[in-house]
Design a protein around this ligand. Structure first.
Ligand code: NAD
Length: 385
């Protein structure tokens, strides 16, 4: 939080140059439903730590958490610094008509566009933490059971309702054949013979999402799982194969416990497939060969990257979380949250006297003054000067 001193040139040597982090003012934080505590309180902490006041708008879909946040937060925080506003799309639309000094939005790219358009009217800066389809490349050179354990864990965690979950697997037909029994074995080991009775598997948030996900089960061919029960909004951990790129399951973000496998014949084809699409929030690559992982890293772009790993990088507050392109803009977590909610103000405090030293900057301009200025600015300045 302290002022950050910066390098100076000869012309500013007697002054003090620093960056001050000051609060923007009033921040609006809009949260999604899938991690309704974490995805509202973590940005809230960053915004308050940076000295802002906050209007917090949790998702109306996770309605119990919405209620708890509205009831509990005022008991613990200074109510002159924040307000919790409840409502859905219509109310949020009205809220967005007001001028805020910063807007931090987590949600879908579709609503992200609405938020950014509203922010543009007031020239309000935004962070957009969005979603999309996260690819997961599995190389022929891998241990299928290890990959299956890791992929099963982070695909079905929170019943697949995670923005950084692997949305689909890209691998060769041979690797698919080795991976399928391994995935089945991991699913059984984690959730038992009947995943429906597993206390470690959740349910789909609401009927609308349940119906949407059940519709996706009709894409390709079900290789594992596929069972569903509307009365409980239960969908079994599912793997789909023979999926076409044009089918809905490969067009929209899945956000549920369904994992399609798309076949590619080579690493180059996988990279082309990834680069033909919008830049994802997260990208994963599994291989025993470091060069393969590094090639994927070097030749693609994404908000975050996991090599032989799931989204455990989220536990590192030393790494930022944020998207790129269609998956969002800006970043937060740890110190990044503080920086996101701070305006970095450029400051130079000069000596009120010592006017003689300023003579070289004033007209009339002469060759000798110009030479002196160039020498005094040295390497710390723009060459145009
Ligand atoms: P959503 O975009 O439907 O809703 C997010 C918020 O926007 C909610 O508070 C909602 O009330 C509000 N909203 C909805 N429609 C609106 C409208 N027309 N005008 C104004 N506000 C509106 O997203 P969701 O369904 O809650 O969450 C799922 C999405 O969020 C997925 O795309 C997921 O990938 C993404 N997500 C991203 C991250 C991340 O960190 N990048 C984290 C979690 C979820």
């Amino acid at each position: 939080m302290k002022d950050e001193p910066v390098a100076k040139n000869l012309l500013t040597q007697m002054g003090s140059a620093f960056i001050r982090k000051e609060p923007f003012g009033l921040a609006l934080i809009i949260g999604p439903w899938n991690y309704p505590v974490n995805l509202t309180l973590v940005p809230l902490v960053g915004a308050l730590a940076a000295g802002n006041c906050v209007v917090l708008k949790p998702s109306e879909i996770s309605k119990s958490t919405e209620k708890v946040l509205a009831e509990v937060l005022p008991q613990y925080l200074d109510q002159s610094c924040f307000a919790v506003v409840l409502g859905g799309p219509q109310e949020t639309g009205r809220l967005l008509e007001h001028k805020f000094d910063y807007i931090f939005f987590t949600g879908s790219p579709r609503v992200g566009r609405i938020v950014m358009s509203a922010a543009a009217k007031h020239l309000t800066p935004v962070t957009l933490e969005l979603g999309g389809k996260n690819p997961c490349y599995v190389d022929d050179d891998c241990d299928p059971q290890t990959v299956a354990n890791r992929v099963t864990w982070f695909r079905y965690f929170n019943t697949g309702q995670t923005c950084v979950a692997p949305d689909y697997v890209l691998c060769s037909p041979d690797t698919q054949e080795r991976l399928l029994p391994a995935l089945q074995s991991s699913i059984t080991r984690f959730y038992g013979e009947d995943p429906r009775s597993s206390p470690s598997l959740g349910r789909i948030i609401n009927q609308k999402h349940f119906q949407r996900l059940r519709g996706l089960l009709g894409c390709g061919r079900v290789a594992i799982g596929g069972q569903s029960d509307e009365s409980e909004r239960y969908i079994a951990p599912t793997v789909l194969v023979d999926v076409e790129e044009t089918e809905p399951v490969m067009q929209e973000e899945i956000f549920g416990p369904i994992l399609p496998i798309v076949n590619v014949r080579s690493l180059d084809e996988a990279i082309d497939f990834i680069n033909r699409r919008e830049k994802p929030l997260a990208l994963y690559a599994f291989s025993n060969n470091k060069q393969v992982v590094n090639q994927i890293l070097d030749r693609t772009s994404s908000g975050s990257f996991g090599g032989n790993e799931g989204f455990i990088y989220l536990t590192l507050t030393s790494l930022p979380l944020g998207g790129v392109g269609n998956s969002g803009m800006g970043r937060y977590h740890g110190k990044f949250s503080f920086d996101t909610f701070s305006h970095h103000r450029a400051c130079l405090l000069s000596h009120p006297g010592l006017e003689k030293l300023n003579e070289i900057r004033y007209p009339p301009y002469t060759n000798s003054k110009e030479q002196l200025v160039s020498w005094a600015l040295g390497s710390q300045s723009c060459t145009l000067l």
